[in-house]
Write a protein that binds this ligand. Structure first.
Ligand SMILES: [Zn+2]
Ligand SMILES: [Zn+2]
Length: 186
């Protein structure tokens, strides 16, 4: 019996899957393989293994050091290493801690600079390794308390547009006020 093709994403693993042939078992039987998985792919792996006629048991393991898809295949004459897929980072990912430890690609946080602003605002983009959707994260620190707002690409586009409108609007009204001022002074 050979192991089926197994899903895996290369994310930090939190689950270990022990694989046994149906004839054997977890008690006394011989291990046919062991595999690390992220939470998301553990269930898919067990399903694929069971469909191929293996017994598969989830145990905790990986410690976020092993990668989803990594493991050992004992079905052949010699143990064969199973390698996790190489993670493809988008060009904007800086491969920081959030990426390597949590499996979330992220761009460099940009501080929304303003000399007289009371609250610290930072913005960056991020995308989980296993998801296609990019989010734009708005981080605000108010009196030491950090809050996060996640925007979809569509929301970010609308926000850019609305901010432009508000900026234009505020310029207009301040001009009118200045004109009113000078008018009143005359
Ligand atoms: Zn995975
Ligand atoms: Zn990345």
């Amino acid at each position: 019996m050979t192991l089926p093709t197994l899903p895996g994403c290369g994310q930090p693993a939190t689950v270990r899957i022990e694989i046994f042939s149906p004839a054997s078992g977890p008690s006394g039987g011989s291990l046919d393989g062991s595999l690390y998985a992220c939470e998301q792919h553990a269930a898919d792996m067990v399903t694929a293994l069971q469909a191929a006629g293996f017994n598969a048991y989830r145990v905790s393991g990986g410690d976020r050091v092993k990668r989803c898809g990594e493991g050992l295949d004992f079905t052949g004459p010699a143990p064969q290493p199973l390698t996790a897929p190489e993670v493809q980072h988008p060009t904007w990912c800086i491969r920081g801690k959030l990426c390597t430890d949590e499996g979330i690609h992220h761009s460099r946080p940009l501080t929304v600079v303003s000399g007289d602003a009371l609250d610290l605002v930072r913005i960056w983009s991020e995308r989980a390794w296993t998801v296609d959707r990019v989010s734009f994260v708005l981080e605000t620190t108010v009196e030491g308390a950090v809050g996060y707002t996640y925007l979809t690409t569509e929301q970010a586009r609308v926000l850019r547009h609305l901010l432009g409108r508000l900026l234009d609007q505020s310029k207009g009204s301040s001009r009118r006020r200045e004109e009113g001022h000078s008018g009143g002074a005359r």
